[in-house]
Structures are given as C-alpha cells and as structure tokens.
Design a protein around this ligand. Sequence first.
Ligand SMILES: Nc1ncnc2c1ncn2[C@@H]1O[C@H](COP(=O)(O)OP(=O)(O)O)[C@@H](O)[C@H]1O
Ligand SMILES: [Mg+2]
Length: 349
Amino acid sequence: MRARLLRFRLALGAQALVKGLAGLRQSLQTENIAAAQNRMIEVSNLSKRYGRHLAVRDISFSVSKGEIVGFLGPNGAGKTTTLRMLTGFLPPSSGTATIAGFDIFRDSIEARKRIGYMPENVPLYDDMRVREYLSFRAQLKGLKGSDARRQVTDVIDTCGLESVRRKMIKTLSKGYRQRVGLADALVHQPELLILDEPTNGLDPVQIRQIRELIKRLALNHTVLISTHILSEVEMIADRVIIIDNGQIKAADTPQNLINEMRTAGRVHTEIQAPFEEASSALARINSVKKVTSELLEDNWIRFTLWSDSGTDTRQCIHKLCMENKWQLRSLVRHEAKLEDVFVELTRKD
Ligand SMILES: Nc1ncnc2c1ncn2[C@@H]1O[C@H](COP(=O)(O)OP(=O)(O)O)[C@@H](O)[C@H]1O
Ligand SMILES: [Mg+2]
C-alpha cells in the first residue's frame, strides 16, 4: 500500500516536473517569438569574399522594428557589400540574413517587398522624366493602375519633387537625384529603408535637406543608413554599428559607446614646472591611464591626461599645482565624442 502511494507520489512529481518544463519551454518560445516579431533585420555570420579578398567577415547583428541604425565605417570597410547582400543583390559567400523573418534568398520576394533600398550611386534613367521614371519603377515593383498612380503622387509629395516632376532626370541637381532615389525606394511602401551613403556628394544645403527628409521618414520606417560621416550618425541614428575591415567593432547607442571607451576622459593642462617631477606626479593621480606632454616656450608644458570616462581629474591637477607651487595657466576637460570612439576602434596601429 505504502509502495503504491510512493509510486503515485513519484508519478505526480514527475508529471509536475514535465508540466513545469513544458511551461518553461512555452514561455521561452513565446519570448523568442516576441523578439523575432520585433526584429526587422537579423544578420547571422554573413561573409563575402571577392576572389582572395574577404570584404565582409562573419558579421552578425540585428535591427529592431522602428529603430534608426547608423552603419558607420571608413571607406572600404564593407558597408556597401553588406547592404547589397541584405537587399538580395549580392549572394553571400556564407551566412544568412532575414528581413521581417523572411530569408533574403529563400523568401527573396517577401523580403524585398519590405525593403526600400537606395544604393550608393542611384542608377537613374537619365532620359526619363521624374514622374515617368517613378511610375515605371512602381510598375516594376508590381503596383498597378490607380494604386501605382496614387503611390507615385504620394512619394513625389513626400520627397518634395513636385516642382521637378516633369523634368528630365539628366537635368536634375545631385540633391534632386538623391530625392528621386529616395522616392523610388519608398514607392512600394516598404517598412524598412536601407540607405547607402545618401548624402554622399551633396553640398551642405542639400545634405541638410536630405537629412531632414530621412528624419521625417524615420518616424514611420525602420532605417538602416550607412555613412562614413560621424556627425551624420550622431544627428540621425539611435544606435550605431561600427564596421571596419569587414568586421563589426561595436554596436550600441552613441552615448554607451562613449561611456565604455577606455580613455574617454581627457584633460589638457598647461603647467610651468620641473618636467620629470610634474609628469610622474600627474601620472600618479587616481584613474589616470596615460599622460602625454609637449614642451612649450619658457618652461611651460602642455600635459594631456587620459582617464576613464566620467572621471574629471581637474581638481586633482589644480591641487597638485597648489601644493607644489607650480604655475597653472590652462585646465580644459575634453568631452569624449563618438569621433574618439571611432578613431580608437578603427585605428590601424
Ligand atoms: N565587386 C568587387 N570586387 C572586388 N572587390 C570589391 C568589390 N566591391 C568591393 N570590393 C572591395 O571590398 C571592400 C569593401 O568594399 P565596400 O563594401 O564597397 O566598402 P564601403 O562601402 O564600406 O566603402 C573594399 O576593399 C573593396 O575594394
Ligand atoms: Mg560604400
């Protein structure tokens, strides 16, 4: 009797365990599904080889719906190659990518429907008029009749092309050509915009106009925008992916990247003091990682103190000068910028 009871209890325990595990699995699955549903781009171990040159090396990253992500890297970093793979124009050598859950090659039609791609050098037909060109593109993308007409009118309005809609494309300025490129990318109402250096070659006024337009589009699109211009990323993006030499060096918000920098805090100071003594005393200040110096006129020395982000060594420097009766004529804190992160991550030495 007792043995039966025990067996019964054991069976109950096992049942509860199995139930518990099933519940756990279910909740994990639900979480995965939720994460996946929120995912616009998922890149896994993507590589591209041109002959012997590995242009993109096993990169992985994701972009959530609604994000504006800057894809930042110097020329030749592999930005265009990556974007061309994401948009299905270039087969990867290995790895995969999905757009809103659709594999860029196995479900390329579904994936491409969701992408508005503006390539690096927008290939426009010079001998077409703007509206005519956009209608032609709309049809290529499968829009028909009144749908196509309405969409073309819409993107002409959105991109500020009203005044040039009857003009031949070859007569347009570079700024307007870029806007036609954007209109083309938008005409089939994609959720995701992939823009490859959209402000390249524009003058400052045109750059500002295109950035404003992109910011407006970002209100209701997910945007992945490549650039080698730092200020552009700071102005537009919520998050930055830094790529160099085909590899991802960092991916985070600009502020987090700055905070995590090894030597984000920097103070420049000019002191009149015995060189050796001052150098070693400054290097001993808490949190100082590195001291560099430059000799100026009349025994003045310019020191630069590098320390962790968020630290401010100015008071310690001041105190040190007071104690040693050194002359102090300048004490300036340099706030780290995304540029510093970029330089540190992409430095060739
Ligand atoms: N079609 C190609 N054939 C051979 N090499 C290429 C080709 N396209 C790009 N590359 C090389 O791949 C690297 C990455 O290029 P790219 O993706 O255009 O960089 P980015 O857009 O960041 O400037 C560069 O070294 C470039 O010279
Ligand atoms: Mg490029």
